[in-house]
Ligand binder design. Structure first.
Ligand code: NAD
Length: 485
């Protein structure tokens, strides 16, 4: 193993204790920058998930369940401070494990800390209501935790997604079972260690690493879980929702997207330019809210294409620790998927407008692809409809607002959209007309915005995380009516 990691990666965290998976099986974890084996992780299975759910139930019935909202908030605040203190370590782990350029990993660590601060601060600020009712009665509502919440997390932004789901769930007093993706677990393992150091009571947070079809499926189907938060692919989301249906529990699905940024001819192109590109290539395009479609109004199409192309040619791809514009993709599988789309982009009728460059120092075993700007794929083409999950952006010209809306809304997804225009009335019409969960006007920043509710419509999923809204999702409402005469 080329890298010495600061803790044993082959253990699960259950009931406040670190231990091997039942039976002691492990799985390899790869370094995407060179394809080498970075570490091994515990291969948790159904028995480990059973133990984690039991530990969470015990925590709810014990020390964790007895804490006041203010005490939970204070613990989350302390955990947030530890995350900040360890931001460089977390960024390094994420670089090795996910292939993220260091500064992106650091930004993710700071976002995780910010979620913990935000939800820690909010823990005691979600109040019930008193309700005017019949004569001789008083009625009120109580906001209560679901109980045990399951969190199934993908590999692309482990820290941010843990922050927004586990952070909000803990703030409301749930006890959590976290299942990180088998491709990237190190920051989740480090987070659990920091939670322990912060003094979170045993069992409030449990972590089971393992395969999706084993540990993930066992968690999704577990009858002891009262709420599921899933972030990942549409196909797996459907399985998780079906499992939740069998136990009649609520589920939040944060799935994929084919998000557009729409540039009108009157836009401030200088301001838009960096966002148009960064929104598509950040994290090597492996972002659910990636701006994978750039819709540009005809009068500025040619000029903007040339400006985008010039910037594209300057983009550099290389090992995560080199901290360039882009790192590698997460896995050989993802590399094969994105490479297939790049082949498609070279197909008849399409044109590669510009590409960035993989640097010569990039190890041959790493999973690198150059960021690529394509034109000529009409709105119905697979490249304009399917989520690539790689650094590939499609340029699509349009003529006027109505056509922009038709193209923008013309995919099965609906996660995020960006609109660039100086016309105030049009800003409102577009914000109203777009079918998605978030609209950014003259900016594009779904990755940040801890305070902003986030989630999709259509195949992008349902339910909202982030912001105050998440606290409603991670709690349930009880109505109490008193008859007192
Ligand atoms: P994935 O669905 O394969 O895996 C996501 C998680 O689900 C992993 O932890 C995995 O182990 C687990 N899993 C896999 N099979 C399972 C099963 N049968 N039962 C239960 N859990 C199972 O997705 P991926 O390829 O790792 O992630 C990429 C996808 O995630 C993309 O489509 C992307 O758009 C989406 N995504 C969405 C958001 C969002 O907030 N909307 C954020 C990040 C990623």
């Amino acid at each position: 193993m080329a890298e010495t990691l600061p803790f044993d990666t082959t253990e699960l965290f259950v009931a406040g204790r670190w231990r091997a998976a039942e039976g002691g099986a492990t799985l390899p974890l790869a370094n995407p920058s060179d394809g080498s084996e970075l570490a091994r992780i515990a291969r948790g299975r159904a028995a480990d998930v059973d133990a984690a759910v039991a530990a969470a139930q015990a925590a709810r019935a014990g020390d964790w369940g007895r804490l006041t909202a203010a005490e939970r908030g204070r613990l989350l605040g302390a955990l947030g401070r530890l995350v900040i203190e360890h931001a460089d370590l977390l960024a390094r782990l994420e670089a090795l494990d996910v292939g993220k350029p260091l500064r992106q990993g650091r930004a993710d660590a700071l976002a995780l800390a910010r979620y913990l601060e935000f939800y820690g601060g909010a823990a005691d600020k979600l109040h019930g209501q008193t309700i005017p009712y019949l004569a001789g009665y008083s009625a009120l509502t109580l906001r209560e935790p679901h109980g045990v919440t399951g969190h199934i997390v993908p590999w692309n932004y482990p820290m941010q997604i843990i922050g927004r789901s586990v952070g909000a769930a803990l703030a409301m007093g749930n006890a959590c079972v976290l299942k990180p993706a088998e491709e990237a677990c190190l920051s989740a393992l480090a987070f659990a260690r920091l939670a322990q150091q912060a003094g979170l009571p045993d069992g409030a947070l449990n972590l089971v690493t393992g395969l999706g079809e084993e540990a993930g499926a066992a968690l999704a189907a577990h009858p002891g879980v009262q709420h599921l938060s899933f972030t990942g692919s549409v196909a797996t989301g459907r399985l998780v929702q079906a499992a939740a249906a069998r136990n009649t529990i609520p589920v939040t699905l944060e799935l994929g997207g084919k998000s557009p940024q729409i540039v009108f001819a009157d836009a401030d192109l200088d301001a838009a330019l960096p966002h148009l590109i960064n929104g598509g290539i950040q994290n090597a395009g492996q972002t659910c809210s990636a701006a994978s479609r750039l819709l540009v109004e005809q009068p500025v199409y040619d000029a903007l294409r040339e400006r985008l192309a010039e910037r594209y040619r300057a983009l550099r791809v290389g090992p995560a620790l080199a901290d360039l514009d882009l790192g590698p993709l997460i896995s050989a599988r993802q590399h094969a998927i994105v490479s297939r789309y790049l082949e498609m982009a070279r197909g008849a009728g399409l044109r590669i407008v510009a590409q960035g460059r993989v640097v010569e120092e990039a190890p041959a075993g790493g999973w690198y692809v150059p960021p690529t700007l394509v034109e000529g794929a009409g709105p119905a083409h697979a490249l304009s409809q399917e989520e690539v999950f790689g650094p590939l952006q499609v340029l699509i010209p349009f003529d006027g607002e109505a056509e922009a809306l038709r193209i923008a809304n013309g995919t099965p997804f609906g996660l995020v959209a960006g609109v660039w225009t100086r016309d105030g009335d049009r800003q409102w019409r577009m914000a109203r007309g777009l079918r998605c969960g978030q609209v950014f006007v003259n900016n594009y920043g779904a990755g940040g915005g801890i305070e902003l509710p986030f989630g999709g419509v259509g195949q992008s999923g349902h339910g909202r995380e982030k912001g105050f809204e998440a606290l409603y999702g991670f709690s349930t409402l009880k109505t109490v009516a008193f008859r007192h005469g």
